[in-house]
Design a binder for this molecule. Structure first.
Ligand code: CA
Length: 222
Protein backbone atom coordinates (compact mmCIF):
# COMPACT_ATOMS: atom_id res chain seq x y z
CA UNK A 1 0.00 0.00 0.00
CA UNK A 2 1.41 3.35 -1.07
CA UNK A 3 0.84 6.52 0.92
CA UNK A 4 1.68 10.05 -0.24
CA UNK A 5 2.49 12.68 2.37
CA UNK A 6 2.21 16.35 1.43
CA UNK A 7 3.72 18.35 4.28
CA UNK A 8 6.16 21.28 4.25
CA UNK A 9 7.46 20.83 7.80
CA UNK A 10 10.33 18.35 7.76
CA UNK A 11 9.80 17.22 11.38
CA UNK A 12 6.19 16.26 10.85
CA UNK A 13 6.93 14.70 7.48
CA UNK A 14 9.56 12.48 9.07
CA UNK A 15 7.35 11.60 12.01
CA UNK A 16 4.53 10.54 9.70
CA UNK A 17 6.66 8.64 7.21
CA UNK A 18 8.65 6.85 9.92
CA UNK A 19 5.48 5.64 11.64
CA UNK A 20 3.86 4.53 8.39
CA UNK A 21 6.94 2.68 7.18
CA UNK A 22 7.18 0.94 10.56
CA UNK A 23 3.66 -0.29 9.90
CA UNK A 24 4.55 -1.74 6.53
CA UNK A 25 3.42 1.04 4.24
CA UNK A 26 5.35 2.38 1.31
CA UNK A 27 5.66 6.14 1.65
CA UNK A 28 6.51 8.99 -0.66
CA UNK A 29 6.91 12.54 0.72
CA UNK A 30 6.36 15.93 -0.91
CA UNK A 31 7.29 19.34 0.45
CA UNK A 32 4.86 21.16 -1.81
CA UNK A 33 1.95 20.55 -4.13
CA UNK A 34 3.96 20.97 -7.34
CA UNK A 35 6.04 17.80 -6.92
CA UNK A 36 2.97 16.01 -5.68
CA UNK A 37 0.95 16.86 -8.81
CA UNK A 38 3.78 15.51 -10.97
CA UNK A 39 3.97 12.22 -9.09
CA UNK A 40 0.27 11.50 -8.85
CA UNK A 41 0.07 11.45 -12.64
CA UNK A 42 2.70 8.72 -12.65
CA UNK A 43 1.55 6.56 -9.75
CA UNK A 44 -1.74 6.54 -7.84
CA UNK A 45 -1.36 6.20 -4.06
CA UNK A 46 -3.82 4.27 -1.89
CA UNK A 47 -4.16 7.22 0.49
CA UNK A 48 -2.93 10.81 0.88
CA UNK A 49 -1.97 12.60 4.08
CA UNK A 50 -2.43 16.28 3.34
CA UNK A 51 -1.29 19.37 5.23
CA UNK A 52 -3.37 22.55 4.76
CA UNK A 53 -0.88 25.39 5.12
CA UNK A 54 1.61 24.78 2.31
CA UNK A 55 3.71 26.94 0.04
CA UNK A 56 2.10 27.28 -3.41
CA UNK A 57 -1.32 25.63 -3.60
CA UNK A 58 -2.61 25.11 -0.08
CA UNK A 59 -4.06 21.77 1.03
CA UNK A 60 -7.68 22.70 0.41
CA UNK A 61 -6.86 23.74 -3.15
CA UNK A 62 -5.01 20.47 -3.66
CA UNK A 63 -8.02 18.58 -2.30
CA UNK A 64 -10.42 20.40 -4.59
CA UNK A 65 -8.26 19.64 -7.63
CA UNK A 66 -8.13 15.97 -6.65
CA UNK A 67 -11.88 15.72 -6.25
CA UNK A 68 -12.45 17.43 -9.60
CA UNK A 69 -10.15 14.97 -11.35
CA UNK A 70 -11.95 11.71 -12.20
CA UNK A 71 -8.67 9.80 -12.01
CA UNK A 72 -7.99 10.96 -8.45
CA UNK A 73 -11.47 11.62 -7.06
CA UNK A 74 -11.65 8.29 -5.26
CA UNK A 75 -8.31 8.39 -3.44
CA UNK A 76 -8.91 8.72 0.32
CA UNK A 77 -7.51 11.97 1.71
CA UNK A 78 -6.76 12.58 5.37
CA UNK A 79 -6.09 16.20 6.26
CA UNK A 80 -3.61 16.79 9.06
CA UNK A 81 -3.68 20.45 9.92
CA UNK A 82 -2.77 23.06 12.50
CA UNK A 83 -6.00 24.82 11.54
CA UNK A 84 -8.16 23.40 14.26
CA UNK A 85 -11.43 25.32 14.34
CA UNK A 86 -14.74 23.60 13.66
CA UNK A 87 -15.08 25.72 10.51
CA UNK A 88 -11.72 24.53 9.18
CA UNK A 89 -12.76 20.94 9.78
CA UNK A 90 -16.12 21.41 8.08
CA UNK A 91 -14.47 23.15 5.11
CA UNK A 92 -12.08 20.25 4.65
CA UNK A 93 -14.77 17.59 4.92
CA UNK A 94 -17.06 19.59 2.67
CA UNK A 95 -14.43 19.62 -0.05
CA UNK A 96 -14.30 15.84 0.17
CA UNK A 97 -11.66 14.96 2.73
CA UNK A 98 -12.30 11.53 4.24
CA UNK A 99 -10.86 12.43 7.62
CA UNK A 100 -9.46 15.44 9.45
CA UNK A 101 -6.87 15.35 12.20
CA UNK A 102 -5.61 18.36 14.13
CA UNK A 103 -1.98 19.03 14.98
CA UNK A 104 -0.48 18.12 17.31
CA UNK A 105 -1.74 14.60 16.71
CA UNK A 106 -1.10 11.18 18.17
CA UNK A 107 0.93 9.03 15.79
CA UNK A 108 -0.82 5.88 17.00
CA UNK A 109 -4.19 7.40 16.29
CA UNK A 110 -3.04 8.54 12.86
CA UNK A 111 -1.91 5.01 12.00
CA UNK A 112 -5.15 3.45 13.18
CA UNK A 113 -7.21 5.95 11.20
CA UNK A 114 -5.14 5.30 8.07
CA UNK A 115 -5.70 1.57 8.47
CA UNK A 116 -9.43 2.07 9.00
CA UNK A 117 -9.64 4.16 5.82
CA UNK A 118 -7.80 1.58 3.77
CA UNK A 119 -10.02 -1.22 5.03
CA UNK A 120 -13.00 0.84 3.89
CA UNK A 121 -11.50 1.23 0.44
CA UNK A 122 -10.87 -2.47 0.01
CA UNK A 123 -14.36 -3.41 1.11
CA UNK A 124 -15.96 -1.00 -1.32
CA UNK A 125 -14.09 -2.07 -4.41
CA UNK A 126 -15.99 -2.89 -7.59
CA UNK A 127 -19.30 -2.12 -6.04
CA UNK A 128 -22.27 -1.27 -8.24
CA UNK A 129 -25.49 -0.17 -6.64
CA UNK A 130 -28.73 0.76 -8.29
CA UNK A 131 -32.35 1.61 -7.74
CA UNK A 132 -34.76 1.40 -10.65
CA UNK A 133 -33.02 3.34 -13.44
CA UNK A 134 -30.40 5.02 -11.25
CA UNK A 135 -27.07 3.20 -11.22
CA UNK A 136 -23.87 4.04 -9.40
CA UNK A 137 -20.50 2.48 -10.07
CA UNK A 138 -18.20 2.82 -7.10
CA UNK A 139 -15.33 1.62 -9.22
CA UNK A 140 -15.43 4.55 -11.61
CA UNK A 141 -17.39 6.84 -9.31
CA UNK A 142 -19.96 7.48 -12.00
CA UNK A 143 -23.73 7.68 -11.99
CA UNK A 144 -26.27 7.10 -14.71
CA UNK A 145 -30.00 7.80 -14.70
CA UNK A 146 -32.04 6.05 -17.38
CA UNK A 147 -28.73 5.15 -19.04
CA UNK A 148 -27.57 8.78 -19.31
CA UNK A 149 -24.50 9.95 -17.37
CA UNK A 150 -25.16 12.30 -14.45
CA UNK A 151 -22.45 14.71 -13.30
CA UNK A 152 -22.49 15.04 -9.52
CA UNK A 153 -20.39 16.99 -7.06
CA UNK A 154 -18.59 15.05 -4.35
CA UNK A 155 -21.30 15.67 -1.76
CA UNK A 156 -24.18 15.01 -4.13
CA UNK A 157 -22.54 11.70 -4.98
CA UNK A 158 -22.15 10.78 -1.30
CA UNK A 159 -25.75 11.76 -0.65
CA UNK A 160 -27.06 9.63 -3.51
CA UNK A 161 -24.87 6.75 -2.36
CA UNK A 162 -26.48 6.91 1.09
CA UNK A 163 -29.94 6.72 -0.51
CA UNK A 164 -28.98 3.85 -2.82
CA UNK A 165 -27.50 1.91 0.09
CA UNK A 166 -30.76 2.32 2.02
CA UNK A 167 -33.61 2.05 -0.50
CA UNK A 168 -37.18 2.46 0.75
CA UNK A 169 -35.91 3.40 4.19
CA UNK A 170 -36.69 6.79 5.69
CA UNK A 171 -33.41 8.58 6.40
CA UNK A 172 -33.62 11.16 9.14
CA UNK A 173 -32.32 14.63 8.31
CA UNK A 174 -29.93 14.62 11.27
CA UNK A 175 -28.51 11.26 10.30
CA UNK A 176 -27.90 12.37 6.73
CA UNK A 177 -26.26 15.62 7.86
CA UNK A 178 -24.13 13.80 10.36
CA UNK A 179 -22.99 11.16 7.92
CA UNK A 180 -22.30 13.37 4.91
CA UNK A 181 -21.31 16.70 6.43
CA UNK A 182 -20.30 15.94 10.00
CA UNK A 183 -21.61 17.76 13.04
CA UNK A 184 -22.59 21.43 13.08
CA UNK A 185 -23.81 21.67 9.52
CA UNK A 186 -27.04 23.43 8.72
CA UNK A 187 -30.24 21.87 7.43
CA UNK A 188 -30.21 24.32 4.56
CA UNK A 189 -27.11 22.65 3.16
CA UNK A 190 -29.05 19.41 2.94
CA UNK A 191 -32.09 21.04 1.32
CA UNK A 192 -29.93 22.67 -1.34
CA UNK A 193 -28.15 19.41 -2.14
CA UNK A 194 -31.41 17.47 -2.31
CA UNK A 195 -32.77 20.04 -4.74
CA UNK A 196 -29.76 19.94 -7.06
CA UNK A 197 -29.54 16.15 -6.86
CA UNK A 198 -33.20 15.79 -7.85
CA UNK A 199 -32.73 18.23 -10.71
CA UNK A 200 -29.69 16.40 -12.03
CA UNK A 201 -31.48 13.04 -11.90
CA UNK A 202 -34.17 14.51 -14.15
CA UNK A 203 -37.34 12.44 -14.26
CA UNK A 204 -35.82 10.02 -11.73
CA UNK A 205 -35.35 12.81 -9.20
CA UNK A 206 -38.89 12.15 -8.06
CA UNK A 207 -37.71 8.92 -6.42
CA UNK A 208 -36.13 11.04 -3.69
CA UNK A 209 -39.23 11.55 -1.62
CA UNK A 210 -39.62 14.11 1.16
CA UNK A 211 -40.97 12.61 4.37
CA UNK A 212 -42.45 15.60 6.10
CA UNK A 213 -40.82 16.59 9.39
CA UNK A 214 -38.55 13.54 9.31
CA UNK A 215 -36.28 13.39 6.31
CA UNK A 216 -36.12 11.69 2.93
CA UNK A 217 -36.35 8.27 1.37
CA UNK A 218 -35.55 6.72 -1.97
CA UNK A 219 -38.68 5.01 -3.19
CA UNK A 220 -40.66 4.48 -6.33
CA UNK A 221 -44.07 5.74 -5.43
CA UNK A 222 -45.35 8.20 -2.94
CA1 CA B 1 2.31 23.42 6.87
Amino acid sequence: MLIYIVEDEANIRELESYALEKNGFEVQCFENSGDFYDSIKVRTPDLILLDVMLPGDDGLTVLKKLRDDPAAAKIPVMIISAKTTELDRVKGLDLGADDYMCKPFSVMEMISRVKARLRGVQNNKDEKISFENITMSEDTRTVTAGGAPVELTYKEYELLKMFLANPKIVLRRDDILDRIWGHDSSGRTLDVHIRTLRAKLGEYGRYIITVRNVGYKLDKDE
